[in-house]
Unconditional design. Structure first.
Length: 405
């Protein structure tokens, strides 16, 4: 069923992008605030929850990957689902200290009663009447279908309609008086550009780079907040500190350890030569798993540096030669010491060289750049070199694996 498969793929993509949109929007929202005590979280009372100046701002985000997103109307599923979420949250909120924000990449049709929600100061009376009429229409349509034993219509918005009708007239008006619609919000593919535009303290030429690194840091914080590795709430002070750190690193030309806390994907398949080199010296499972992890980190780091700054290829190449020289000093001595010994001793000696790259080399070989202190780059770069047979662990690795050393 090709159609079903395509539909499922589209749905999965939309869901994934919807989550990332929450993260990006939260970052942009915190950047927009000037209040020092501002704090934000996602997936608590709402998609995004902001606290600032003693106020709670709840954001329901309606992202779309369609070229022309559907407009916000009285019949919008997104509208009534949002109403249901907010009405359910009302008992735990102080309404006078809360505003509700419906954020959509779509727009509002001209003449729509929802234009009243583009400003907190606008009158809401006509909108309340229109929403009550629509909710009652849905209720009547479902009752009529039920009497005729037909499939009940409007299943995607009935809960929101019923929740809205369950409120008193005063409660409906008060809820909408605290509600704002933000229409035509940037789609996820454009939101990083908006983040960059808000970095006014950064030189314009550096804003895209700072924005990219800020998003990478922010994504990790959001993931950590959701899995309990940090507090759920992210503070504006944290964001300001991180921006300052990134700017400082750029001004000093400092290289950032982008992959120190990132593990390789579960489906990552390293070059087979990595495992072959380790098998020659009878490395253990732990030796192999460490090698795979660090090789992936180093390879990703090298690629990122060169993509951001092509001249880094020269720096990386020169540093590889430094690594090779340190390895060569030990490997040549090992080859001499292993002359005449059996293969068991050769393998044991080679294993010690392999483990030296993990345990000692990061402390002995000078860092690739001043201030760099992440050991994964040395460890992983040795594995990259081993894959290319520029280095090896067994005394006779070049002969055993074939090719030139």
């Amino acid at each position: 069923m090709v159609g079903d498969s395509q539909s499922e793929t589209h749905s999965a993509e939309a869901a994934a992008l919807g989550f990332y949109y929450q993260s990006f929007f939260a970052l942009l929202t915190l950047l927009e605030r000037s209040t020092d005590d501002a704090a934000i979280a996602i997936e608590q009372l709402d998609d995004v929850e902001l606290k600032a100046d003693g106020q709670t701002l709840l954001f329901q985000l309606k992202h779309s990957i369609r070229p022309t997103p559907p407009p916000i109307t009285l019949k919008s599923r997104a509208l009534w689902r949002t109403m249901k979420v907010w009405i359910d949250a009302l008992p735990g909120l102080t309404l006078s200290e809360t505003t509700f924000h419906l954020v959509a990449v779509a727009g509002i049709p001209r003449g729509s009663p929802f234009t009243a929600l583009t400003s907190l100061a606008a009158d809401r009376d006509e909108l309340v009447k229109a929403m009550v009429n629509e909710a009652q229409r849905v209720r009547v349509a479902r009752a009529a279908a039920s009497n005729k034993n037909k499939e009940l219509p409007h299943a995607d918005r009935v809960d929101g309609c019923e929740a809205f009708l369950s409120l008193s007239e005063t409660e409906r008006l008060n809820l909408l008086r605290r509600t704002v619609i933000r229409q035509d919000s940037p789609v996820i593919g454009k939101i990083e550009e908006h983040i960059a535009e808000h970095l006014k303290i950064v030189h314009p030429d550096q804003r895209p780079t700072v924005a990219t690194r800020l998003v990478e840091w922010w994504d990790r914080q959001i993931v950590y907040s959701l899995c309990g590795k940090r507090e759920r709430v992210l503070l504006r002070a944290e964001l300001q500190d991180q921006i300052s750190l990134i700017i400082g690193d750029l001004e000093q030309g400092k290289l950032l350890a982008d992959f120190e806390t990132v593990s390789e994907p579960e489906d990552y398949q390293p070059d087979g030569m990595l495992a072959r080199q380790i098998r020659l010296v009878e490395g253990k499972k732990s030796d192999l798993s460490k090698a795979i992890r660090e090789e992936w980190r180093a390879r990703e780091q090298r690629s990122k540096w060169m993509n951001e700054k092509p001249s880094m290829a020269t720096v990386i190449g020169e540093y590889d030669r430094v690594l090779q020289e340190h390895w060569s000093d030990r490997h040549c001595q090992m080859v001499e010491d292993c002359a005449g010994v059996d293969d068991k001793e050769k393998r044991a000696s080679g294993l010690r060289i392999l483990r030296w790259t993990h345990e000692n080399a990061p402390n002995i070989v000078r860092p690739i750049s001043a201030g760099w202190n992440a050991p994964y780059y040395v460890r992983g770069s040795y594995q990259v070199l081993a894959i290319n047979r520029k280095v090896g662990w067994h005394p006779d690795y070049a002969t055993l694996l074939g090719g030139d050393e």
